[in-house]
Design a protein around this ligand. Sequence first.
Ligand code: ADP
Ligand code: MG
Length: 250
Amino acid sequence: MANVAAVDVRELVKVYPGGVRGVDGLTFRVDSGEIYGLVGPNGSGKTTTLRIVATLLKPTEGSVKVFGYDVVRDAMKVRRLLSYLPEEAGAYRDLTGLDFVKFVLGIRLRGRELEEAVEEAVRIADLGADVRRPVRGYSKGMKRLLALSTVLASRAKLMILDEPTAGLDVEHSIRVRNLIAEFSRRAGVAVLISSHNMLEVEHLCDRVGILYRGKLVAEGPPEKLKADYSARNLEEVFVSVVKGVRGGSR
Ligand SMILES: Nc1ncnc2c1ncn2[C@@H]1O[C@H](COP(=O)(O)OP(=O)(O)O)[C@@H](O)[C@H]1O
Ligand SMILES: [Mg+2]
């Protein structure tokens, strides 16, 4: 099992009721120790893909495995290996930050392990005295940091982060990105991250997959993609690729 992929997605299709193809034939893998970014415009299928990998949504076709376990047949095993930051993590407004952390981490950890993880999450979030105040009074950046800290402290082998910095100010965005980079260096951890902001994931991700209308239209390390398309950044890569896709489909 040494070189089994953290995430192995093959020919994935998701058709929503009503016929919308949220994902339309997607293949990619994420290795242990890797930060992989799914980038693409709104509606390109990022959240759909992440929810399927996180076992929250069932694929219509194709196969998805997490460390060798199938997300449909072995969903319970997969859930123990991953931790998921949803696009909108705004629930539990009446809990204090600390109680939120205890509640979420308590779902998977017990005893001494739970205590250590709670301490770690509180340390990472670094909210000072606010951690004992109700979440309803937090800014968007504070809520995101709290939720992310809980995911990072969870000791999962795979972290799935859906637009972790969307809507945050510069300072919070930088802290979030630095934390993701720091924690991904732990042995064997893999990170699958999504973003509609191609510029911001460029420096964070080892490899990116550019998603457009549910399909991967380019993939590789950001530096290689930029060289291949003679582009200054990933946005320019995206524009070139999409021109090619549109031209080719006429
Ligand atoms: N619950 C749903 N029912 C129907 N269509 C959906 C649903 N969720 C997402 N979609 C559609 O699937 C496509 C991909 O959406 P999504 O995965 O949320 O994209 P992204 O996260 O990249 O913005 C979009 O066209 C969206 O409208
Ligand atoms: Mg989304």
